[in-house]
Design a protein around this ligand. Structure first.
Ligand SMILES: NC(=O)c1ccc[n+]([C@@H]2O[C@H](COP(=O)([O-])OP(=O)(O)OC[C@H]3O[C@@H](n4cnc5c(N)ncnc54)[C@H](OP(=O)(O)O)[C@@H]3O)[C@@H](O)[C@H]2O)c1
Length: 265
């Protein structure tokens, strides 16, 4: 199947690491022009050095700050003159802990990174998406949104809100033929898991490699396919949703989780 994303203008938030970085490489490999942000300039610089193709735009922005969102939007519009695909990928658990460990400030911080950037960026880019021949908004949610556990209730609730917003926005934008979907990954080995492993290694005195292997093995137990995901496991569906082959799909959530949730209808 030829996804034919040549020349599409694609914005990916949180493009510095993990799933966002892999998406940036994969869209660029398909001939798309990629705009991306993250707070770390170093990660964006290395991304811009390694990525294929031309006409990309990377700029640091803290998406919890409305003024950074506005200037990133303005930079993308100056660079691209429009947009076809908005991928709201940036998100973070921020704090591991159960209900009684999580403070009001933790809830507010979670709201600021896991929900509001998607709200603000959608609002800013919808006027230009209306001029695209294949406009898409793709929100990277989480299976924690529909299957919350005891840990990180603040993150799970915000991801539920993001999936919920996806359906609402799909209805608002249906008449404009702007398609809005969410993708909900299961456990995918990225920087946040690495940080968790480093913290556990420091606390326990065990070797980092051993702790990482333990986490991977334990987490794989809850996955039907018996392994954690990698960012590459998530990007295929995002590329597909951006393509013309997905032009009759909107208001839908796709779990990409190795069979953790099993038919989350
Ligand atoms: N990995 C998983 O197991 C998993 C599972 C389900 C859902 N997800 C979701 O998938 C998405 C990507 O996760 P990931 O694991 O790939 O994350 P990651 O490896 O931690 O990367 C997150 C990216 O977002 C950027 N970011 C974080 N806070 C930001 C902020 N305030 N402003 C701008 N950029 C910011 C980070 O760069 P800076 O730190 O430099 O800003 C980084 O580039 C997230 O929405 C996450 O919730 C992940």
């Amino acid at each position: 199947m030829d996804l034919d994303l040549e020349g599409r203008k694609v914005l990916i938030t949180g493009a510095g690491d993990g799933i966002g970085r892999t998406l940036a490489f994969d869209f660029a490999r398909m001939g798309a022009h990629v705009a991306g942000c993250a707070r770390s300039e170093d990660r964006l610089t290395s991304l811009s050095r390694e990525i294929e193709g031309k006409g990309h735009f990377f700029s640091p922005a803290d998406l919890t700050q409305p003024e950074d969102i506005q200037s990133f939007h303005d930079g993308v519009m100056d660079a691209f003159g429009g947009l076809d695909v908005l991928v709201n990928n940036a998100g973070s658990i921020l704090k591991m802990g159960g209900f009684f460990d999580v403070t009001d400030a933790d809830w507010e911080d979670s709201f600021a990174i896991n929900l509001m950037p998607a709200v603000r960026l959608s609002r800013l880019f919808i006027p230009t998406l209306k001029h695209s021949g294949a406009p898409r908004i793709i929100n990277i949610s989480s299976i924690a949104g529909s299957r919350p556990g005891e840990v990180f209730p603040h993150y799970s609730a915000m991801k539920a809100a993001l999936s919920n917003l996806t359906v609402s926005l799909a209805q608002t934008l249906g008449p404009e033929k702007i398609l809005v979907n969410s993708v909900s990954p299961g456990p995918v080995w990225t920087r946040s898991w690495e940080s968790e492993a480093k913290a556990m290694s420091r606390q326990s005195g065990k070797k980092l490699h051993d702790v990482e292997e333990e986490i991977k093995a334990q987490t794989a137990e809850s996955v039907l396919l018996k392994r954690m995901g990698m960012p590459e496991d998530v990007s295929g569906i995002v590329l597909f949703l951006a393509s013309d082959h997905a032009s009759w799909i909107t208001g839908t959530n796709f779990a990409v989780d190795g069979g953790v949730t099993l038919n989350p209808y």
